[in-house]
Design a protein around this ligand. Sequence first.
Ligand code: ATP
Ligand code: FE2
Length: 326
Amino acid sequence: MLCMGIEGTAHTVGVGIVDSQCNILANIIKMYSPKKGGIHPREAANHHAEHIVSLISESTQEANIDYKDLDLVAFSQGPGLGPCLRTAATAARALSLSLDTPIIGVNHCVAHLEIGRKTENCENPVLLYVSGGNTQIIAFSNGKYRVFGETLDIGIGNMLDKFGRDLGLGFPSGAEIERLAEKGDKLLELPYSVKGMDVSFSGMLTAATYLIQKGNKKEDLCHSIQETAFAMLTEVTERAMAHTSIDEVLLGGGVASNKRLRGMLSTMAEARGAKFACPPQKLCIDNGAMIAWMGLIMFEGGVRMEISDTVVKQKFRTDEVDVSWR
Ligand code: ATP
Ligand code: FE2
């Protein structure tokens, strides 16, 4: 069985093609990067609309298949920005109708987990999902994926990007912050905001902006923000593992590229005798292959959708999904 997945929740528009064994036959993305400031939903959607048709056709060439070989079309139904979601959904519907192929809308956050579970051979992991807009700790319990902890305000990636903008770095800034942090050694004090199982980053951002104005070294600032924010994330992930008695931890989302975050989590996992895993970068960031894989296992698990079921859900919650495939 061959499935094409279309991703378009936020900055990234992507198309991937996978088969029933999760061989990734194609996985290509294009990322919208605003010239100034943060993401403008309509502009991002225009960017996706401009590229989506060529990405679809390139993906079939890369996979060396014909459109008629596709058995299923999947797309990210939410959560995300309305205009972006609608662009991806419209493309998926058009493709499904013209090819007379079934269509499935998938939850973007759960797709991050399922692709990692497959490629990293994890049975039942706790997922730490860290991207621009999202920061969640997710695990399976009583037939659903549940959010055990999350950010109470902004996502970790958005926090890093805003901090990077204040430092005069380009967008997105996570990777540059990581490079600078390697040369920093002084730990400046920043708010460590863990509230039960949840975290909060806006206070840290305000405090860090103040420390920039005070003339602290960029390297020390980056080092401090990483150490504090990642320690918070590691703490809540460990607590979720302890509560659920789960001994696997999976990392996903764009911020998973960060070696310091990986290092902290793998040290924590090792100390607990648990497994730490992280999919390759191309599958951690937003991409179409994870959407295709998620659609495929849902379909094989008996899920079916009509076009009328494919309305996008901007606030699609992780625990709304009935997990019939596990
Ligand atoms: P979502 O819709 O899931 O919120 P997104 O649009 O934010 O996704 P991703 O590709 O998952 O897209 O993540 C992008 C984020 O990852 C950006 O905030 C970027 O700064 C951050 N990032 C990328 N590389 C690194 C790194 N090495 N260290 C820290 N953060 C990183
Ligand atoms: Fe994502």
